[in-house]
Design a protein around this ligand. Structure first.
Ligand SMILES: [Ca+2]
Ligand SMILES: [Ca+2]
Ligand SMILES: [Ca+2]
Length: 370
């Protein structure tokens, strides 16, 4: 009996499998037929639901005076209509004679009304009229060559661009003026030309920043100055005439090492660094710099030279000397106390610097060497 049951069971299983296979085959056939019919009818009635595609739309940078055609290199292709470049509509306002950033909008539709809109940014930059110019002086592009950074001789710094401003984070002053450098190299500097350097700067803590132009191949100094940075944005402008030979290895450097005696580690911010060629030198408009006026402590009864270690610098008045400093106030070296001296220095053009300095007369023996 068991064998009979088993046989009957096997018969039904086999029948089911055959039935399944048959059913499946039928279904497949039906599906294939339906698909063929559907695709045949689609070819004649399908609606155009796909908008055209643009190619060649990318942000652009030009200089004032350059020509600019917003359609150059741009095309539009549609899946049904084919090339529809002639249908592109350009909108948005831009002025190629005025530096700025503009948005240009491109719109194109196919015959079925499917629309594609795309935008691009057009940056119009100040024209470069002289061979000596600064690349990316407004820091609107990524920080890369010819900008460069260096630290050594105890200095340490990092440079980054934050919101279009160069952040020069000096974390260690170092021992020398050039211990921290942020500079742009390989600038063409021509003999006999008059250049103006201008830039915006500030610092988290007040400190001097040395700005200089040198030949990076042999360190010949072409020009330098000291900008006394404050915590507010100030535009610093300097002009100089090149008397040394023409070079293509000019390096405009912002040196934030140990400049003078009041250099501290701090964040320095720079922006809008521009070199302009002038036809004549402007007058001297910058006050002289007095270095070496840190607070001083002297032992009571010991002679004190108020000009010891003090140096001066002027951008134009090269004969200006430390002996032209006028000191007001006095120090009684025989009486313990804190005294204030005012150091005043005027350059030949009447620009005046006045700096106060604290001098302490103390009973404590000092180990300072004059
Ligand atoms: Ca289409
Ligand atoms: Ca900027
Ligand atoms: Ca001056």
């Amino acid at each position: 009996m068991k064998k009979l049951y088993l046989f009957i069971l096997m018969f039904f299983v086999a029948f089911s499998v055959v039935a399944c296979v048959t059913t499946t085959t039928t279904a497949t056939t039906t599906t294939t037929t339906t698909t063929t019919q559907t695709s045949a009818s689609t070819t004649t009635t399908e609606a155009d639901v796909t908008a055209p595609i643009f190619t060649g739309i990318a942000d652009a940078v030009i200089y004032v005076g350059d020509t600019f055609d917003p359609l150059t290199g741009i095309s539009a292709l549609d899946d049904i209509d084919g090339l529809v470049t002639s249908q592109i509509i350009v909108s948005g306002t831009y002025d190629i004679t005025t530096p700025g950033t503009y948005t240009i909008t491109y719109t194109v539709s196919d015959e079925a009304g499917n629309e594609t809109v795309a935008t691009r940014e057009l940056r119009v930059k100040e024209a470069i009229l002289n061979t000596f110019y600064i690349v990316n002086g407004d820091f609107s592009d990524p920080l890369e060559a010819p900008w460069g950074q260096w630290a050594g001789e105890g200095g340490a710094n990092t440079t980054t661009i934050v919101d279009g401003v160069l952040v020069y984070d000096v974390t260690a002053v170092g021992s020398l003026t050039y211990s921290n450098q942020f500079s742009q190299v390989d600038r063409i500097v021509e003999t006999g030309k008059i250049y103006q350097v201008s830039f915006k700067a500030k610092a988290d803590n007040v400190r001097p920043l040395q700005v200089q132009l040198e030949d990076r191949s042999n360190y010949t100094l072409y020009w330098n100055t000291i900008a006394n940075l404050t915590t507010n944005w100030v535009t610093y402008t300097y002009a100089f005439e090149v008397t040394l030979p023409t070079i293509s290895t000019g390096k405009l450097g912002f040196f934030a090492g140990n400049v003078g005696t009041t250099s501290v580690p701090t964040k320095i911010y720079l922006d809008d660094i521009v070199i302009t060629e002038l036809t004549e030198l402007p007058g001297d408009q910058t006050a002289p710099v007095i270095n070496g006026l840190a607070p001083y402590t002297v032992e009571v009864g010991i002679p004190f030279d108020a000009l010891s270690g003090v140096t001066v610098f002027d951008d134009f008045d090269k004969t200006l000397s430390v002996n032209e400093i006028v000191i007001s106030g006095s120090v009684d070296i025989n009486t313990v106390g804190v005294y204030t001296l005012i150091y005043t220095l005027e350059d030949a053009s009447g620009n005046i610097t006045a700096i106060s300095r604290e001098v302490t007369v103390s009973t404590t023996p000092q180990h300072q060497y004059l």
